[in-house]
Design a protein around this ligand. Structure first.
Ligand SMILES: C[S@@+](CC[C@H](N)C(=O)[O-])C[C@H]1O[C@@H](n2cnc3c(N)ncnc32)[C@H](O)[C@@H]1O
Length: 255
């Protein structure tokens, strides 16, 4: 048996497949913050290259991106076996697609990607910072990492005992399985991204205030739901230039 090297929770529920096999597979179903990130990083010819989708569920992002952009390949990885089984059978894309059932931290991906995505994945399990580092390591020079995070001006919470979400997409606060519901103080999130190695060339984000999910139990009544797009230094980038930032976020978050 393969040795588990991460503390991440293995989500076993079929609830994920039931929800993601019918939701979040059309471009219009993605949040404006998510859509904006892809629109910003797509090249002039609207191409996104090779994509790695971490926590891909049923691969709906691949189908949604195909409506708007072109890309060379799509690789999805998910810790939940049911969603991957569904994706292997039913998710048809016009580019080569691969679906991997594993904890991303336990899977040794050799390849590098133009675009690595974590939409509600890294902050939905317990090894959030390790998942972020893993994703960054798989980005090609000059490529991008897109990640959604919940932000606050208060204290960061990365403790599933204090902030969690019942895996119940009908919105009820009941289910045998819970997911971590990580909230980042904005400055802490920036600290994590600034410490990435190699240092990013650009950190951008777009987000807005919203209420936590009704199935979440957390200390905050209001959060900023933000999607970051972080560019890895292209070959030949002058290190003295420093990290460029472009933030379209509520002013209050900079407190
Ligand atoms: C809230 S869902 C989001 C699905 C999809 N990214 C979207 O935005 O529509 C989070 C997904 O991440 C997966 N996940 C959580 N931790 C993971 C890990 N360590 N490795 C791989 N997948 C993981 C879950 O099983 C789940 O399918």
């Amino acid at each position: 048996m393969k040795k588990r090297t991460s503390r991440n929770l293995k989500y076993k529920t079929k609830e994920l497949m039931d929800f993601f096999s019918v939701n979040r597979q059309r471009w219009e179903e993605f949040y404006p913050s998510e859509r904006r990130a892809f629109q910003i990083i797509a090249l002039k010819d609207r191409s996104l290259g090779d994509i790695l989708d971490v926590g891909c569920a049923c691969g709906g992002l691949g189908a949604a991106l195909e409506e708007i952009f072109t890309f060379k390949s799509y690789t999805g990885i998910d810790i939940n076996d049911n969603v991957i089984e569904w994706a292997r059978k039913h998710r048809k894309l016009s580019v080569p697609a691969k679906f991997i059932a594993d904890d991303v931290l336990n899977y040794n991906l050799e390849k590098k990607y133009h675009l690595v995505v974590s939409l509600s994945c890294a902050d939905w399990n317990v090894e959030t910072k390790r998942i972020i580092k893993y994703c960054w390591a798989r980005v090609k020079p000059g490529g991008h990492f897109v990640i959604s995070l919940r932000l606050t001006t208060g204290k960061s919470i990365c403790d599933i005992g204090k902030s969690f979400q019942y895996i119940n997409f009908s919105g009820k606060k009941q289910h045998p399985e819970i997911a971590n519901y990580v909230v980042f103080n904005f400055k802490d999130a920036l600290g994590v991204f600034r410490a990435l190695s190699p240092r990013p060339e650009l950190i951008g984000a777009y987000g807005y205030y919203g209420r936590p999910s009704v199935s979440a139990v957390t200390a905050y009544k209001e959060l900023v739901f933000a999607v970051f797009y972080i560019k890895k230094q292209a070959k030949g980038f002058r290190k003295t230039k420093g990290i460029r930032c472009e933030f379209d976020l509520p002013l209050a978050i900079f407190k």
